[in-house]
Design a protein around this ligand. Structure first.
Ligand code: NAP
Length: 208
């Protein structure tokens, strides 16, 4: 498939892009606010990677991964909405608040992904929140990738992508409202990482 990764110049988007390019199965378009920065990141990856501004990156893609800084997710979704049209979008954002005594989930009742769905016409899925960029850097991590969404086709694409980057399973976690939990879970994982100096991930037990 052809995948655009908006914010593909960053830690998570860059690691995801590198993993996909290494597999060599997909065309990967790195999106950035800056076309030159995108082109440089794509050139570094080589293979089937190219670069463009976020708005241009979404053209002709089967799936768009929104991997900009979480605080910029809604603005970026708004900015690319017209170019995106009906293309499915996968949101990996978790809105968190950081303080000395710990990381807390966003107090907003709606998840970032649900708020993005209010801005774009295509189906939004949410997932990959529990996979640390650092864990994508080497071999596929022994973790499951959790994906939720309301649209079956959009979710199938997101699950296909997720299944390529983890050694565990890509799991369908139900409707998009589940993003409230998946995004909030990131706060728990970041607190675990801080406490145990780790890059924790998720492996679900009891599934056949
Ligand atoms: N880091 C992780 O381990 C991890 C794991 C799972 C999910 N996530 C999620 O992945 C997303 C990216 O996280 P990250 O750690 O990769 O972030 P990051 O490296 O800080 O930023 C990613 C990219 O966001 C773009 N950006 C920064 N400020 C922006 C703004 N004001 N407006 C538009 N774009 C802006 C930048 O791209 P340009 O400057 O090139 O435009 C930057 O390269 C977040 O939503 C995060 O919740 C992260």
């Amino acid at each position: 498939m052809k995948v655009a990764i908006l914010g593909g110049t960053g830690s998570f988007g860059g690691a995801l892009a590198a993993r996909l390019v290494a597999l060599g199965e997909d065309d990967v378009v790195i999106g950035s606010r800056d076309a030159e920065r995108a082109a440089a990141a794509a050139a570094e990856l080589g293979g089937r990677a190219s670069g463009a501004t976020n708005v241009d990156a979404v053209a002709g893609c089967d799936l768009v991964v929104l991997a900009v800084k979480a605080e910029a997710a809604l603005d970026t979704a708004r900015e690319v909405a017209d170019a995106l049209g009906e293309t499915p979008l996968l949101s990996v954002a978790s809105a968190l608040s950081f303080s000395k005594d710990g990381v807390r989930p966003d107090p907003d009742v709606l998840s970032v992904a649900e708020r993005i769905q209010e801005l774009v016409a295509g189906p939004v899925t949410a997932g990959l929140h529990s996979i640390a960029a650092a864990n994508l850097d080497e071999a596929p991590p022994e973790e499951d990738a959790l994906i939720c969404g309301d649209d079956a086709d959009g979710k199938a694409l997101a699950l296909e992508l997720a299944g390529k980057v983890v050694a565990g399973r890509a799991l369908d976690c139900g409707p998009l409202a589940g993003a409230r939990t998946l995004e909030g879970l990131t706060a728990v994982i970041v607190n675990l990482n801080r406490r145990y100096k780790a890059h924790a991930g998720i492996r679900v037990s009891g599934l056949s």
